[in-house]
Design a protein around this ligand. Structure first.
Ligand SMILES: *Cc1c(COP(=O)(O)O)cnc(C)c1O
Length: 409
């Protein structure tokens, strides 16, 4: 059964120039740039409503009509989605924005929101008969790919910088991915994957180099909208690396608007956050550019933000601009203290990338770009416990458990 007969996808569309490409076979880039998946939204509107979706199982597959997998086909699934939208009023007040929610993606399979994108990418690759996949990764994408590839019975290869968090190294190896530590950055890993396509006959799952990861990440926007009763918040603060999440959410909101499901005409301001140790997107945003110059000597403990050059840079910058949002760089040396502070305040397993977002909110409330009355959603994209090396833990040892000096604990 080919997709065009059985799902709502109409075609793929090159983001750079609008060229239409068929969706019934595997596709990668067009002119070196990413593809959008386009749907017959009129048909979807006739066949499904928010009330129908509301009654379905709480996984991202509840949005099946807005996803690329043909209706009868089986997803490769680990039970991903939906994640909680947690009020974080205490932390919000401290940051100057009392109406704060945290969308807690740390609770997803493999402990990060990467499972949304890789679930979809692997599901589609599997659907098209791919047997071997490869990925360059800053950490969490590799872990997610390894897990879904194992689930699908595919052979997988992971290339990561040699200083990638050790949990990411371990989770890839554990799930059976052939895992390599590379003396270089993620772009060097990307080149290894690209150059190996012919010799190794693997499918390249790099960020945005195939069209379906965006569709998986899009479900963050669909869930958020549903959790807000289709009345979207005012500001969304998102830690940005390759940008799939931000791009995907913006696509989700536009599709929901076209479906007529939104209860509001106002779209949220999209805020992209990076560390000043690797901030190509804020730099391009401040200079008013549509394409970002690659960042030199990228370094940050928030490994998911360590993407010196993104193929979807213009898609990120377009979304920020269309939404009236911002791109913000925060101070690298404040990220770990901000992480400790956030976890202590709310008990949520905040990763360094999301901690950077708390610093960005502080900046934006200080100069009133975020107003006190704004409803703000911060994305916690991963679990703190994946960042063992970054977490300060100089703990005292009790040598003699029978002789504790309680007064000095
Ligand atoms: C990959 C990653 C990011 C960046 O996500 P993009 O959608 O690629 O911009 C942010 N946080 C964490 C924890 C990540 O793993």
């Amino acid at each position: 059964m080919s997709c065009h007969e059985s799902c709502y996808v109409t075609h793929l569309e090159a983001a750079i120039d609008g060229t239409k490409l068929p969706h019934n076979k595997i596709q990668t880039l067009h002119e070196g740039r990413p593809l959008w998946v386009r749907y017959d939204l009129e048909a979807i509107k006739k066949d499904v409503t928010p009330a129908i979706i509301f009654q379905r199982e709480p996984t991202l597959w509840r949005y099946r009509e807005l996803l690329p997998l043909p209706q009868g086909a089986m997803p490769v699934s680990l039970g991903e989605g939906m994640t909680p939208m947690l009020p974080a009023t205490k932390l919000g007040k401290m940051l100057g924005t009392p109406h704060l929610w945290i969308k807690d993606e740390s609770q997803l399979p493999t402990g990060s929101f990467k499972s949304r994108g890789l679930c979809m990418a692997i599901t589609m690759a599997h659907h098209f008969g791919v047997k071997r996949v490869a990925i360059p990764t800053a950490g969490n994408a590799g872990g997610a790919m390894a897990a879904y590839a194992a689930r699908a019975g595919m052979e997988s290869y992971v290339f990561m910088p040699k200083d990638t968090p050790v949990i990411n190294q371990a989770e890839c190896a554990l799930a059976g991915a052939k895992t390599f530590l590379v003396n270089g950055l993620i772009n060097d890993c990307g080149a290894i994957v690209k150059n190996g396509i012919e010799k190794m006959n693997w499918f390249d799952l790099s960020t945005l180099k195939e069209p379906y990861r965006i569709e998986g990440k899009k479900t963050m926007g669909l869930e958020l909208a549903e959790q807000f009763g289709y009345d979207l918040p005012d500001v969304i603060v998102y830690p940005t690396g390759g940008g799939t999440g931000l791009i995907g959410m913006w696509k989700a909101f536009n599709e929901l608007r076209a479906l007529g499901w939104l209860q509001t005409d106002t779209m949220p301001k999209m805020v992209a956050v990076q560390s000043d140790g690797c901030a190509p997107i804020p730099r391009a945003f401040d200079a008013g550019q549509r394409f970002a110059t690659p960042w030199e000597n990228a370094a940050t403990c928030a490994s998911g933000l360590r993407v010196p050059g993104a193929v979807g840079d213009f898609m990120i910058l377009d979304a920020i601009k269309e939404s009236g949002g911002y791109a913000v760089a925060v101070e690298e040396n404040k990220i770990v203290p901000a992480m400790q502070h956030a976890v202590r305040t709310e008990g949520i397993s905040i990763c360094p990338e999301a901690a950077a977002c708390t610093l960005a909110i502080e900046k934006l409330t200080a100069d009133n770009r975020i107003k006190k009355s704004d409803r703000v959603v911060l994305f916690n994209t991963g679990a703190a416990n994946k960042y063992l090396e970054a977490i300060p833990r100089n703990l005292p040892t009790i040598e003699d458990p029978t002789a504790i000096d309680y007064e000095n604990l």
